[in-house]
Design a protein around this ligand. Sequence first.
Ligand code: UDP
Length: 238
Amino acid sequence: GESSHPRRRILLKLSGEVFGGGKVGLDTSVVRDIAEQIAATVGTVETSIVVGGGNFFRGAELSTAGMDRSRADYMGMLGTVMNCLALQDFLEQCGVDTRVQSAISMEQVAEAYIPRRAIRHMEKDRVVIFGAGAGLPYFSTDTVAAQRALEVNADEVLVGKNGVDGVYTDDPKTNPEAKKLDTLTYDDALTQNIRVMDQTAFSLCRDNNVTMRVFGMQEPGNVTRAVLGEDLGTLISV
Ligand code: UDP
């Protein structure tokens, strides 16, 4: 990031799929585990988190089923806030001060998204969880992860994945020849249409020279390792 900060500062993207454990709703044992792993890094690393909401609603799917796209997207964004509150709860049970900042105002449950305040929270060892995406229909939480990382001057975007431990040359589930990549450039991610994150997220990080690390969450302790800066999964850079 531009302004200097003494400690490593990261933006962790967790998709709704992670929160749901592959189902609709919440898998609280997963959320508890993630919270414990993040708690182990507080004081060493400044952490902000963007959470997805695909475990509740995806606007594009509801729109295919006949709903107005924008309204369906707002439902998707509201779903992310429920994931935020669950993660906040388990982090606080671990003794970690946590703030949820929402891009849609809902004063009773979350602060407004105020980037400078988010930075102050992190400097005070508070974990900041960004909810409601960008507050804008037609956007994704992947894009928001890149944008928030830039605005809070994060050093790296970490992408925690279910079921895959990095970026592969092909889909490892269908192609046994697929090989895991240790590194990848944003240009290759874009031209090869790698779907780990959306293209807007890749371009934002490429154009602003922020690295992205894609890692698997199945291995116990991997969230802690990734947050602390260990070399795991796939590093995407310019
Ligand atoms: N969404 C949106 N604008 C945003 C972020 C999210 O409209 O800035 C909506 C969109 O409908 C999306 C849903 O919220 O399908 C859930 O977010 P996303 O699909 O990015 O979650 P994930 O795939 O990470 O679980």
